[in-house]
Design a protein around this ligand. Sequence first.
Ligand code: NCD
Length: 339
Amino acid sequence: MEFTGGHVLSVSQFDREDISRIFDVADELRPYAQRKRITRVLQGAILANMFFEPSTRTRISFAAAFNLLGGEVRETSEIRASSLTKGESLYDTARVLSGYSDVIVMRHPEAGSVAEFARASRVPVLNGGDGPNEHPSQALLDLYTIRSELLAQNKSVNSMKISLVGDLKYGRAVHSLCKLIALYDNVRFNLVSPPGLELPEELVLQLQSQGHRVEKYHALEAGIHNVDIVYVTRTQEERFPSQAEADRYKGLFRLNQSVYTQNCEPNTVIMHPLPRDSRANAQELDDDLIENPHLAIFRQTDNGLVVRMALFALVLNVVDAVHDHSQPVTWYTAKRTPR
Ligand code: NCD
C-alpha cells in the first residue's frame, strides 16, 4: 500500500511486503523507544487521540509513540466528554478534528465507525479498535512479537501452529490477527472457544480458502497441545447483550502453570492482548505464569510502542528524516533495559 497520507483501518489493506516494511521501520526506531536516542522529527505535528471506549495500552502507547517522534498529543478519552453525545455526526466530528491535527487515532464501539469517520477526515486516520470488528495495530504488534519469539527458537511464521483461545466471537484482536497471519503459508490454527463464542464462520472459511489448516476445540486442554503459540483472550463482556450472559462464559478456560506444564510444549509461547481479567471469576491467564520465560505479554506491550511509531513515521513520511533530527539522551535511563 502507499503509506504516505494513507489511513490504517483494516489489516486487509496490507500484503506481506507492507508488513515487512512496517517491521523494518519498527526495528529502526527501537533505539528511540528505548531512550538511547531522541528524535524531534515530528516537531510541530499534532495527534488527535480519540478514544470513545475504555483503553489503557492502546491509547497511551499511540500517544507515547507520537511523543517519542517529537509530536504533540491532544485527546478525548470519554464519549460523554465529546460532542458525539450531543448528536454530532461522525462526519462533522471528522471534518472538525482533522482541521486541528495532522493524524487521528480513533477507537469507537461500533463496527465500521472508524472507516466512516476516515471518509470525512482530511488527515490520515488509524483505527484503534472499532467494536468487535478490527484492531489492526494490535494485530501488527502481535505478529511482530510472534515473529521475534519464533525466530529465537529458529522457527518462522510460515508453518507455525497457533492456538487462539477464549472469546473468538467478539474479540477484535483475534479477528485482525487471524487475517494478518493468513497472509503467510501453511499455518495450523487451533480455534479454542466455549460453544457459542466461536470465530465467525466467514473468517474460518477465509483461513481455509487461503490454504491453512483449521481445527476447532471446545476444551482448553485438548486445544493447546503441540503448538508454538497460545494466544489467550478475555471474555469481551462489554459486547454481550447482558452481564449475566457474559458471566456464563467467564472462568471456563483458565491457563495456569499447571495446565501449561501438563498440556503445552516446554517452549510454547504464551500471549494475550491484555488487559487480562484477574478477577476471581475470570482469570483466563493466571498470575502464576509470571515467572514462565515464555510468557510474552509484556514483550508484546513493549513492541506496541515501536510498531505504532513505525505507523506514524510511514503515514507522515518521515522515516528517512528520523535520524537527521536525532541526539543522545541526557537523563538517567540505566534501568530501561529490555525484558
Ligand atoms: C484489546 C481490545 O481493546 O480489543 N485490548 C487492547 O487493545 N490491547 C483486547 C481486550 O480488550 O480484551
